[in-house]
Design a protein around this ligand. Structure first.
Ligand SMILES: NC(=O)CCC(=O)C(=O)O
Length: 282
């Protein structure tokens, strides 16, 4: 496995409907590849606004237009593509999954991940969100070997659960990729702290990529996509506008950090453990 590669996070400005978003994402994937990225990541709900009305109008199945654009962009640009998330229609149901598709540089679908935790919160005026009214949570973890790194996936609020990142670390991931759309209420206080904590907990790289802030949208995302290294340092970040974050990943830093600070060796596994009760991916 190559130990160094360039990662690109596309903090996309998301419009109401799918076609413009797919076109803009496709252009930015090409731009990231031309700047040397081997692995490119899109944000949560990059195909439409994050809102029940727009989910219904833009939902699609796994073999829909989003799948086709992502496959072609991965193939045309010869990149590994972690394709953000889209509202996945569930046949014979009004409910949705929040789903990520992962493509190799030949354009083959090599993995998918469905958001595990649903964001049901009442954070004050205009910030009451009940995702469980229209979404079904996933039940399994997804690990993908890119040839550059071994990656685990989470979506947005999944970043809040240290046990989840710990399970992935036990499966040997070098990089956790969270596609998120943190809120303007929680993001400024929690997002980077959580991201750095997951990196420090597990001594791995942690990427978080959200849509750019769009103040016309019903749910305004915070942006601030970033990459944390195994020491917990932020090595690439942006603000709230559309942008691409680049980070040069050096996997040797993981072993180096673990040698200098052997948290795993010191861990009291005789006193507590994190058990894996997830289902196999179907
Ligand atoms: N869509 C989400 O899961 C939002 C999560 C979020 O904002 C948080 O604070 O957690």
């Amino acid at each position: 496995m190559a130990s160094k590669f360039r990662l690109a996070l596309i903090q996309l400005y998301v419009e109401k409907f799918r076609p413009n978003n797919l076109a803009r994402a496709s252009r930015l994937i090409a731009q990231a590849a031309s700047n040397g990225a081997a692995v490119v990541v899109l944000p949560e709900f990059f195909t439409c606004w994050c809102d029940p009305k727009y989910f219904i109008e833009n939902k699609e199945q796994l073999d829909g237009p989003t799948n086709r654009m992502l496959s072609q962009a991965a193939r045309d640009n010869r990149v590994f593509l972690f394709g953000g998330t889209f509202p996945e229609a569930i046949p014979d149901s009004e409910m949705l999954y929040n789903t990520c598709q992962i493509f190799n540089p030949r354009g083959d679908l090599v993995g998918m991940f469905r958001k595990l935790h649903l964001f049901d919160v009442d954070l004050g005026p205009r910030m009451k969100i009940t995702e469980s009214e229209m979404m079904v949570p996933g039940k399994s973890l997804t690990v993908v070997d890119t040839g550059f790194c071994r990656t685990g996936f989470g979506v947005c609020v999944d970043l809040r659960y240290p046990e989840l990142a710990r399970l992935y670390a036990k499966r040997g991931v070098d990089l956790m990729t969270y596609m998120g759309g943190f809120s303007l209420t929680t993001g400024p206080h929690h997002l980077q702290v959580l991201q750095r904590a997951r990196a420090i907990d597990n001594q791995i790289y942690v990427a978080n990529v959200g849509p750019a802030s769009n103040h016309d949208a019903p749910y305004v995302t915070y942006g601030h996509s970033a990459v944390a290294d195994p020491w917990g340092r932020i090595i690439g970040e942006t603000g709230s506008d559309e942008d691409i974050v680049y980070a040069d990943i050096d996997l040797d830093l993981i072993a180096d950090t673990r040698t200098r600070l052997p948290v795993d060796h010191m861990r009291r596994d005789d006193l507590f453990e994190t058990r894996d009760l997830t289902e196999e991916q179907t």
